[in-house]
Design a protein around this ligand. Structure first.
Ligand code: BGC
Length: 442
């Protein structure tokens, strides 16, 4: 790891950590079921057979977790609101208490309204789910809007479409391949309708958290380049283009349901900022007639691309390559692609899974990515914030509790929290950023 200090970020830059409701809250008996509860109840869906019924028990231990955030010294905390909980009696009271505790600790609450835990019975293949989402967003804003100044509509509609509906490794477990495209459209429409509903409720500072990563062609061969372009369309542009330009990439709009032109006007409602979740780039080549793998997820041979290993990089415990400069490349590429249409950017997730309390590999990962982010800033990209995924080890979806992304270790038998070396590193880095003044820059 480089030992020279991390360059200074601008005053007012927002430093934070992220979590999501289903992954940490537990207290499943105090809310209605989500598609994830249904999915995890099916044998074989989650690798270690676990569920998120208790998870980190954050629902009951949120005060302890807010104290961890305060000691860490973050400006902001990104969490998600569970739609099934809000639909259950007293559900909004929990977020009321959480937001109060955050405000009392001087931490900006940044709620995400949908992080994959759709109420069971609802379905993103149905257009009506978009309208229901906007109504739910308005209810949350009515209740929390007096204390919440920054909002995120959706988390990673790309992964939710791909893993949940195209490949079936996430809830709701569908394997529709390209017939899953309406799920993407309805989530984008839900986003646009929610932006309008939030603004109508007086809320401002609205963004979305989309996952993005560079698509590297496996070689200069035209077939590999075409495959990498296709991957880029599917994972990056399918979601960023309609939001930022009001159009789908060529050939995609025709595949979407409904009055797409009219919907795109809603989808492209101007954003106050654009959230990017970055983990790694992908090396992509022409199909090879065999199944390949994407970050541990099997990809069927019939896709028009194949994902190749990035050989020359260290790997996280999840097998994901560590490529900090991919973040600089991604952000400068976005600036070049979208120009003035790109609003200020926040990195709403970045992190890695490693075992152990003395997690020097995570420190190296985060250190490298924060420096890479600063390079993007120096190259002229308007970046306003950076959130580490995640505060706590948690329920890592289909991987169960086997993958640990936290700055804080959670013993899932006792639920005891223990800060890791990376927590200390992040805390010290934040202090240095503030010039040892020991208080947050606003
Ligand atoms: C998701 C998180 C997840 C993380 C690590 C992101 O795609 O938003 O919920 O835990 O990646 O896999």
């Amino acid at each position: 790891m480089a030992t020279d200090p991390i360059p200074r970020f601008p005053d007012g830059f927002l430093w934070g950590v992220s979590t999501s409701a289903h992954q940490i809250e537990g207290a499943a008996e105090l809310r209605g079921p989500s598609v994830w509860d249904v999915f995890t109840a099916e044998p074989g869906r989650v690798k270690d057979g676990s569920t998120a019924a208790v998870a980190c028990d954050h629902y009951h231990r949120y005060r302890e977790d807010v104290a961890l955030l305060a000691d860490l010294g973050v400006d902001a905390y990104r969490f998600s609101v569970s739609w099934p909980r809000v639909d259950s009696p007293g559900g909004l009271d929990f977020y009321d208490r959480l937001v109060d505790a955050l405000c009392a600790a001087g931490i900006r609450p940044v709620p995400t309204l949908f992080h994959w835990d759709l109420p069971a019975g609802l379905d993103w293949l149905e257009r009506d789910t978009a309208a229901r989402f906007a109504q739910y967003a308005a209810r949350v804003a009515d209740r929390l809007g007096d204390r919440v100044g920054t909002w995120i509509t959706l988390n990673e509609p790309a992964e939710h479409t791909l893993l949940g509906h195209a490949l079936g490794t996430h809830a709701p477990g569908r394997t529709l391949l390209f017939d899953a495209l309406p799920v993407a459209h309805h989530q984008l429409l839900a986003h646009g309708l929610a932006v309008r509903a939030l603004r109508a409720a007086g809320a401002g500072d609205i963004g979305i958290a989309n996952s993005h990563g560079p698509a590297w062609a496996a070689s200069g061969d035209p077939a590999d380049r075409r495959a990498a372009d296709f991957y880029d369309v599917l994972l990056n542009r399918l979601f960023a283009d309609p939001l930022l330009t009001g159009r789908y990439p060529d050939g995609i709009g025709e595949l979407m349901p409904g009055d797409v032109e009219a919907d795109l006007e809603i989808v492209a409602e101007p954003l106050d900022w654009y959230g990017v979740n970055y983990y790694a780039p992908a090396r992509v080549g022409a199909p090879r007639g065999v199944d390949t793998e994407w970050g541990g997820v099997p990809l069927p041979a019939e896709l028009p691309f194949s994902v190749r290993r990035i050989e020359d990089r260290p790997l996280t415990d999840f097998g994901w390559p560590v490529v900090p400069e991919g973040l600089t490349e991604l952000l400068t590429g976005f600036r070049d692609r979208y120009g003035d249409r790109l609003p200020p950017v926040m990195i709403t997730e970045n992190g890695c899974s490693y075992e152990g309390l003395d997690d020097q590999d995570r420190v190296t990962y985060l250190d490298g990515h924060v420096r890479a982010l600063h390079r993007a800033l120096r190259a002229g990209v308007d970046v306003r914030g950076y959130f580490v995924w995640s505060l706590l080890d948690n329920f890592e979806w289909a991987e169960g509790y086997a993958r640990r992304f936290g700055l804080v270790h959670v013993d899932f038998a006792t639920l005891e929290r223990t800060p890791k070396a990376s927590y200390g590193w992040f805390r010290d880095m934040l202090r240095e950023q503030r010039g040892q003044r020991g208080h947050r820059l606003r």
